[in-house]
Design a protein around this ligand. Sequence first.
Ligand code: NAD
Ligand code: AKB
Length: 315
Amino acid sequence: MSKNKILIIGAHGQIGTVLTKELQEIYGLDAVVASDLKPKSGFSGVFEILDGTDFESLQAIVQKHEIKQIYHLAAILSARGEQAPLDTWEINMKLMFNVFEVARLNQVGKVFFPSSIAVFGDEASPILTPQDTFLNPATVYGMSKASGENWAQYYFTKYGIDIRSIRYPGIIGYQSLPGGGTTDYAVEIYHKAINGEDFSCFLKKDTQLPMIFMDDAIRATIEIMEAPIESISVRTSYNMASMSFTPEEIADSIKEIYPDFKIEYHPDYRQEIASKWPQSIDDSKAQEDWNWKAQYDLKSMTAIMLEKLEDKNKI
Ligand code: NAD
Ligand code: AKB
């Protein structure tokens, strides 16, 4: 049995799909236990069906596999969350408490708890939003992440559970589809482009949001989890930046490769969510503490997204 077995909760989601493969490559197939509500065809590796809101099932899996690290990725995201606010609060908070408690009771050494730019609201400066600022999230999802950050700090201070966290921007990757967020448009737009379809954007053309390419997000996640414990000075969650752009700018980057690509703007309720989020983020603390640095910009990301999605389409 590996000394450092890893459990991923929400392994079949947008991030989990990619992170699971990366962790399997680094630590070996048997060292990684993927879990989600349902199995997924084509998955290879160790898999457990798990509803993380069920504490007993979660604890049974942790004990069965002698888990030493948990990546807790399961959550209801911003846009989907606003469709059922009370359920979203209940699910996100229950998942978070179950993970933190199972770690405390079962000597799980390290936990990754992703936070989000959704913790910020209109009281925070929207340009280069600082690490330490007033958090007044306007969505239930953002409220659950802001509370989770404080609970992460509490479990570290009170019980010594080494919980590490990043406030991810919107994540864009070709490997998987997003699951109910406000930044999802920036993935869907590439799928429309390679299929030769016009794109109807649910945000206004000048809505600038912080985003990150999947490869950078995965690298950041592994880097923060591998960093020496003394380098982690932020026990709530680290700001993380890479690129910021508007729907018009991402469409323009696609038009450089597909000149006939067309976008229309039909803002819906997600515009209200996006308009309270930062436009750019100051991530100097992550840079200082564990040498974080993004590698991709909009141009390089667009080139890879279109190339990889075209390749997938040919299969
Ligand atoms: P996702 O919605 O794509 O995937 C979440 C996964 O969790 C899904 O596979 C789902 O089946 C699973 N899940 C849901 N409820 C569950 C439950 N009760 N028990 C077990 N599994 C359950 O989300 P994602 O985009 O991969 O995000 C992962 C984490 O990163 C989330 O916590 C999210 O808030 C955070 N995050 C994501 C982004 C982003 O742009 N993708 C940005 C900021 C933060
Ligand atoms: C969402 O849009 O809800 C997520 C996020 C930024 O947390 N992608």
